[in-house]
Design a protein around this ligand. Structure first.
Ligand code: ATR
Length: 284
């Protein structure tokens, strides 16, 4: 039987993951089925159990289940453990294992766009991370490990940023990264700004003081869309170079694919295909 994979979320109809994994499978000549599965908001455990009984080999997990998935895993990677969130899981003789590939996806795509733009690499940079929810927690440890010099964490609710920073303080010390929570986003400070808030989802622009975003900076929105996201538009209007998170989506999927199939797909043509499809048919 063809190995079965899926992405679980609620809602899930919008997910691009089945398309991305189908493109990877076609490229690498691996036979697989990859489906989008809707789970009830309080029913991930049951849905995963049924999926595994049906022959499911592995799954991606998206909003709102990344924290539930983390709780369900018998074993977790160090990145997933720090994030307290899992976006990739599979079953082996030890039961359910979980990993989080979001941060690797972000660092890989960010490194790619910075290099293509002849920008300084991530190493040694001061980064402002906006948000402290699931998206931010998934990327913080790889950002620290990428050799950034300093990371300022800002969130509308400061206590969530404090908890996130506290969990990562030992890793930051180990890598010599100055990790701080800021109550106000610092002006004229960051080399790059990452939006991990859900503000773009609602089509809203973040209320940032003038000078947080500025010329010479890079800016990255973990959201993506057929058109510029509000954050990308806001950053460009302030003079920064800005990118959306479609590349991150493809890179995190590629890392999941590598974990399951032991082969790393070439992400560049898949990203190009996806970008063209999203631009041509935004609501599909
Ligand atoms: P996700 O898993 O997508 O990160 P989440 O855990 O609900 O979703 O977190 C959403 C993040 O976006 C949070 O950091 C949230 O701030 P709060 O912790 O204060 O709720 C942030 N957020 C959402 N809408 C926002 C807005 N309009 N302005 C600023 N931050 C916003």
């Amino acid at each position: 039987m063809t190995p079965l994979y899926a992405v679980f979320g609620n809602p899930i109809a919008h997910s691009r993951s089945p398309r991305i994994h189908a493109l990877f499978a076609e490229q690498t000549g691996v036979a697989l089925r990859y489906e989008a599965r809707l789970a009830p908001v309080d029913g991930l455990d049951t849905a995963l159990g049924a999926f595994h009984a049906e022959g499911g080999c592995g799954a991606n997990i998206t909003v709102p289940f990344k924290f539930d998935a983390w709780r369900l895993c018998a074993r977790r990677s160090p990145a997933a453990q720090l994030a307290q969130a899992v976006n990739t899981l599979g079953w082996d003789e030890g039961g359910l294992w979980g990993d989080n590939t979001d941060g690797i996806g972000l660092v890989r795509d960010l490194s790619r766009v910075l290099a293509a733009d002849a920008h300084a690499p991530l190493q040694g940079q001061r980064v402002l991370l906006l948000g402290a929810g699931g998206a931010a927690s998934g990327v913080l440890s790889p950002l620290i490990a990428a050799g950034t010099r300093a990371i300022a964490l800002w969130n509308r609710s400061a206590e969530k940023a404090q908890a996130l920073a506290a969990r990562h303080s030992a890793l930051a010390a180990q890598h010599g990264v100055d990790l701080q929570v800021v109550l106000d986003p610092p002006t004229r400070w960051a080399d790059g700004v990452i939006n991990a808030t859900a503000a773009s989802l609602g089509g809203r622009t973040l209320d940032l003081p003038a000078g947080v975003l500025q010329p010479g900076q890079w800016a990255y929105d973990m959201m993506y869309g057929a058109h510029d996201t509000p954050f990308v538009a806001q950053a460009r209007a302030a003079g920064a170079r800005a990118w959306d998170g479609l590349g991150m989506l493809v890179e995190q999927a590629a890392q999941s694919y590598t974990l399951w199939h032991g082969e790393a797909p070439d992400t560049a043509p898949v990203l190009a295909t996806l970008r063209a499809e999203i631009t041509a048919a935004p609501s599909s």
